[in-house]
Design a binder for this molecule. Structure first.
Ligand SMILES: C[S@@+](CC[C@H](N)C(=O)[O-])C[C@H]1O[C@@H](n2cnc3c(N)ncnc32)[C@H](O)[C@@H]1O
Length: 377
């Protein structure tokens, strides 16, 4: 890939082009970037390249002559790639456009300065205007660097094998999942357990969920064009429901869908650490009837609503601590909850490590929690 950059300030670009991945790619000959100083082509005896705008107004305009002559002198056999002017008026750069540009053999980038470039130069030597975002820079040099950097990553060989460009934000049509590196425990902040387990199917599912969730939250419009599988659509429906529930019920800490899918079967056992299980196990009553055991993971918050007898109420209030788990069977969502909350519509709570007993809450007024005999709700 050959890139010619036309600028009044080549020194602005040099440091970036000499460092890191770009520097290595250029040294290895995978990328050729030529910086052409437009000022070298001015015919003005003071070497000036700009003048006042016709019609008045603030600032200066880059004159057509040096721009056109600089480009002509540096493309003696014509130019067979894309000729781009960096400009806030242009199409906004995105990964799709970057991919288009990377397919060209040659690129020409014209950097404006001051109030921009005389329109006659643009009409003569430019194929398209590209913007790097809806804001105004002092010059096109940063924009040119953004184009060079994003295109270079797609040139074969520029990224090492451990710097793949395939799984990035936008390449998949979605935003990328969160990344972590060692240590697994940094000042008490843990890496999600699934990433430490070495189960590749679980890791892939977890990352996909994180990508979908982040995209839904930050850039929902990307979901309209992203290639989605049936499994993605199912995940998205659950995540959308999760957003509704969380908006209506503050204080819920969502556990990932993988965990929710494993709950109540195996996962609940893992939630209460082995050492705590004995201590956590408490007798539970419904009225005067002994109905089994619940884990400490359940809060007393619900109990007055549920218990019929004083004994039961006391047992809960003394014995059960936060956090507790809340499960929504409809969307298959699992939450860890601290403090008392208004129960979301359709929620239920599951208990008991062996899951021989399940505490069910319908979430509907007048239909209080009750115990069911199995984990099925
Ligand atoms: C101060 S700007 C000129 C802005 C111009 N008067 C306008 O309102 O559209 C100077 C130069 O910076 C570059 N530039 C500014 N904002 C840019 C952006 N968002 N994307 C790409 N280039 C930009 C262009 O090359 C432009 O000619």
């Amino acid at each position: 890939m050959r890139i010619k950059v036309f600028t009044l300030f080549p020194e602005m670009l040099r440091p970036m082009l000499g460092a890191s991945i770009l520097g290595r790619a250029i040294a290895a000959g995978l990328l050729q970037v030529e910086l052409i100083d437009i000022r070298d082509y001015t015919l003005d005896k003071h070497r000036s390249t700009d003048d006042y705008p016709f019609g008045g107004g603030a600032g200066m305009v880059m004159a057509a002559q040096p721009v056109i002559d600089a480009i002509a002198a540096n493309t003696p056999e014509g130019f067979h790639g894309r000729r781009v002017y960096l400009s806030p008026r242009g199409r906004t750069l995105n990964q799709k456009i970057v991919e288009e540009l990377a397919r060209e053999d040659e690129l020409m980038l014209l950097c404006g300065h001051y109030e921009g470039v005389d329109q006659r130069a643009l009409d003569s030597v430019i194929d398209e205007e590209l913007s790097i975002g809806d804001y105004v820079l002092t010059g096109g040099e940063l924009g040119a660097l953004v184009v060079i950097d994003s295109v270079a990553r797609l040139v074969p060989g520029v990224l090492g094998s451990d710097e793949s460009s395939e799984d990035e934000s936008f390449t998949t049509g979605l935003l990328e999942y969160p990344q972590y590196t060692r240590p697994a425990d940094f000042r008490g902040m843990q890496v999600p357990e699934v990433l430490l387990g070495g189960n590749h199917a679980d890791i892939t599912a977890w990352r996909r969920e994180q990508s979908l969730d982040l995209t839904l939250k930050r850039r929902p419009e990307l979901l309209e064009t992203a290639p989605l599988t049936d499994a993605d659509r199912d995940m998205l429906a659950r995540l959308r429901r999760a957003r509704e529930v969380e908006a209506a019920t503050p204080g819920l800490e969502r556990l990932d869908l993988l965990a929710a899918d494993r709950f109540p079967r195996a996962w609940f056992c893992a939630f209460v650490p082995e050492a705590n299980r004995k201590a956590a196990k408490k007798q539970c009553f419904s009225g005067r009837r002994h109905v089994g055991y619940l884990w400490q993971a359940f809060s007393m918050g619900f109990m007055p609503d549920f218990a019929e007898g004083e004994d039961a109420r006391t047992a809960w209030q003394e014995g059960f601590a936060e956090p507790y788990l809340l499960y929504l069977p409809g969307a298959r969502l699992l939450y860890r909850v601290r403090g008392q909350i208004e129960l979301p519509e359709g929620c239920c709570l599951l208990a008991d490590a062996a899951l021989t007993r399940t505490l069910v809450h319908t979430g509907r007024p007048g239909k209080g929690p009750y115990f069911a005999r199995s984990g099925k709700v």
